[in-house]
Design a protein around this ligand. Structure first.
Ligand code: DGJ
Length: 731
């Protein structure tokens, strides 16, 4: 029996159900997207295999022949290519799931029972495959949500049993993939504060390479879950086969990349089982977060545009919507401000020409005022000395200045020097009998506790209830979890998982009441950037490092996985580059400023004001356009990135000198991408600093073919270290 569910009728509610006939030989379940196919097969004994994952074949019947052309030796287990590997029976590899049954037995054997396909809409299908253990009353449902046009797949599972007693889950991955290839090249990321998204590429050797985190909150600080695997050779921007993967989860994750003795790659990804053995009651449903992936046979560019489209269409909150440009006061004032200072900043916001003023840390707490990062966190009443008339007066004043008002919070955290800590020590994640360890002088609140969930939700709800005109929230999260212990939970090994469930419950509640208020996902920089969280947030803060040179590299790496509209980029005083360079770099995503406007020289101010107008004119292309990385700062003296509209008629190209050695610059033309070869284009320089003129002849026209084959020279050099070009079709 073979089923092809992407050719279902256009009816959204269509559900096809397949159950096993007693004499069934084998069952093929192909999951096809625009260019790719993942084909599952239940054999005669109903073991579920993954028999193909790669570029779609022209004839669906050919998938069956794939296994026959590999001569890699015997599969001793009969389940090397299991669609979801269980442990304790024949499997000899890293399992996706590992359990102890109610009777103490450790074996699990999952067999196909049925599958069901439903169309979510014209583009999205959901396949559910039910697997059951023939001996024990335990069932696993595999979910495959496929996004046809975007070539993206989300895969997760749910686990349930009706055994007499509890089942212990030792491991509970979202998915495992089985991939064949000549060699595999992993591109992974590591980082720290102000050093997020540092890439590293290496060939996978036999054995297991694990990417994981055990930090609990701010979980990505040292390692995000995003990664790439190239097949046969490292993929480039436009060539090679490459898989992008990520777990949609904000807590501890674990991804194992296992190259087996026969050179097959098994990728197993899910919640990290570290210190998280889960006791599953009879009838209880355990649902994993989704493992997200996309596969491209044409290099990294296609893979990232797939993810950008998917994120804007389906995941990022309000991914197709508007965003607010802003002036933030963090680096302008730090904790040192009062109503008068803020009043002046509100006027500066208007003068600069951005949409909103964002009040950062330091506005709250009275018994232990928040005048530094050592006190006050958790006490969310306005500080009476700094703000005698409260937030309400500021929101009102912002509005009379014609700008919106946003505010910073960090509601998951507490300083030991706070009234909250004094009142509710039982709400704090800490080992009662041990010394407390602080990260940025603070501790984490126990979101596994429903009372804490109410408190955190209340922080946000109170702000909006008292200030309905509040336009924006920056949600920070600066500490990792030390001494992981919940005074609320009976079973401590549920802590990490229940913390995240608590966080998501709070975010769900916030979004149920305030569906679209923009919120920035911040975590002392990019300590929590993932698609699990981004369904509740409109944007993220990539890093506290706003040195524009560093940012070119940081934003470059984020751009592989996240669309520009989600990246909050602020112009600050970090770095040695002039204001034009800093502003151009920040314009590559969602533009903001964190500078003292009144300290700007006259021409600098004029430049910023004009730049905001330029940005308003091209932001739709930056936010919704297709992104093409043209020249990589890691391998060239010049970084170049193009954003092009869907019609291929209008775009913007950002170019920077990233090496200041003598005589460096754009000696060679930069080859364009994503243009229409048959169209004619004009390229003009924009966003010039007052009093300077362009060296680019904006009267010339070039064919798309020429620009993509030969290229264009932005004339980047030490005197023109940042060059912004507008490219437009000439009819
Ligand atoms: C860390 C954030 O990344 C900064 O932007 C700022 O909001 C500070 N926290 C405030 O404490």
């Amino acid at each position: 029996m073979t089923t092809y569910f992407h050719h279902l009728s256009r009816c959204c509610a269509a559900v096809l159900l397949f159950t096993v006939q007693a004499n069934a030989q084998q069952i093929n379940i192909p999951i096809e997207t625009n260019h790719n196919a993942l084909v599952l097969q239940a054999d005669a004994k109903m073991n579920l295999h993954s028999i193909y994952f790669g570029k779609k074949l022209a004839n669906a019947s050919d998938y069956e022949q794939v296994g026959g052309v590999y001569k890699q030796g015997d599969d001793y287990t009969g389940m090397q290519d299991a669609a979801y590997s269980a442990s304790g029976s024949r499997n000899l590899f890293e399992p996706a799931i590992s359990v102890t049954h109610a009777d103490g037995n450790n074996s699990l054997d999952l067999r196909y029972v049925k599958h069901e396909v439903s169309k979510v809409d014209d583009n999205v299908s959901l396949l559910k495959v039910t697997l059951k253990d023939p001996v024990y009353a335990i069932e696993v449902t595999l979910f495959y949500k496929s996004f046809y046009k975007e070539d993206v797949m989300e895969q997760w599972c749910s686990i349930r049993h009706t055994e007499k007693g509890n089942v212990t889950l030792h491991k509970f991955a979202s998915a495992n993939l089985f991939i064949k290839g000549g060699s595999f090249w992993l591109n992974q990321y590591h980082g720290d504060w102000a050093k997020e998204m540092q890439p590293e590429e290496s060939r996978l050797t036999h054995g297991i390479k694990t990417l994981d985190t055990k930090l609990g909150t701010r979980a990505n600080l040292f390692q995000p879950s995003v990664f790439m695997v190239s097949m046969d050779r490292p993929a480039t921007e436009n060539e090679g086969t490459v898989l992008y993967g990520a777990l949609e989860y904000s807590g501890n994750f674990r991804t194992d990349l296992e190259l087996d003795h026969q050179d097959n790659l098994r990728i197993t990804s899910g919640i990290n089982n570290y210190a998280s053995t889960y006791t599953l009651k009879s009838g209880e449903l355990f649902t994993t977060p989704a493992f997200l992936y996309t596969l491209s046979s044409n290099g990294k560019g296609v893979a990232s545009r797939n993810l950008h489209n998917w994120a804007r269409n389906y995941k990022l909150l309000d991914g197709k919507g508007n965003r607010l440009t802003l002036l933030n006061n963090w680096e302008a004032t730090y904790f040192d401000f009062d109503e008068n200072k803020l009043s002046a900043l509100l006027k500066d916001t208007k003068k600069l020409g951005v949409d909103m003023f964002l009040l950062d840390d330091g506005w709250f707490a009275n018994k232990y005022p928040r005048n530094g990062d050592v006190a006050g966190l958790g006490d969310w009443e306005e500080n009476k000395k700094k703000l005698p008339n409260g937030i309400a007066a500021l929101v009102k004043e912002a509005s009379s200045n014609g700008v919106k008002f946003g505010i910073w919070i960090e509601p998951e955290m507490v300083n030991p020097k706070s009234e909250l800590y004094e009142k509710h020590p039982e709400w704090v994640v800490r080992e009662p009998k041990r010394e407390e360890h602080y990260f940025r002088n603070q501790l984490v609140l126990d979101l596994a506790n429903p009372a804490v969930q109410d408190f955190v939700y209340g922080v946000v709800d109170d702000l909006f209830t008292k200030n309905p005109a509040l336009a924006y929230i920056k949600w920070d999260c600066n500490a990792v979890i030390y001494n992981a212990h919940s005074a609320y939970l009976k079973n401590q090994s549920h802590f990490y998982i229940d913390y995240m469930r608590g966080l998501y419950k709070v975010l769900e509640r916030i979004r149920a009441k305030y569906p679209k208020v923009p919120m920035m996902l911040c975590s002392g920089g990019g300590g929590r950037v993932d698609y699990g969280a981004l369904q509740y947030f409109t944007e993220f803060w990539p890093s506290d490092n706003t040195d524009p040179l560093e940012r070119i590299f940081l934003q470059w790496e984020y751009s592989y996985f996240y669309p520009a509209i989600s990246s909050s980029n602020h112009v600050t005083d970090w770095g040695k580059q002039p204001i034009k360079f800093r502003t151009d770099v920040a314009m590559m995503g969602k533009l903001g400023f964190d500078i003292v406007v009144s300290h700007l020289a006259e021409k600098d101010l004029k430049f910023c004001q004009d730049a905001i107008q330029v940005y308003n004119g091209l932001k739709t292309i930056v936010w919704q356009g297709d992104q093409y990385r043209l020249s990589n700062p890691r391998s060239s003296d010049v970084a170049s990135m193009l954003y092009m509209n869907a019609e291929k008629s209008s775009g913007v190209i950002f170019n920077y000198l990233v090496n200041n050695r003598y005589g460096t610059g754009s000696k060679l033309p930069i080859r364009m991408n994503g243009l229409d070869a048959g169209k004619k284009y004009r390229i003009t320089e924009i966003n010039l600093y007052p009093g300077t003129s362009s060296t680019i002849d904006g009267n010339k026209t070039y064919s798309g073919d020429f620009l993509m084959q030969v290229g264009f020279n932005p004339d980047v050099n030490s005197g023109r270290a940042s060059v912004l070009l507008k490219i437009e079709e000439v009819k």
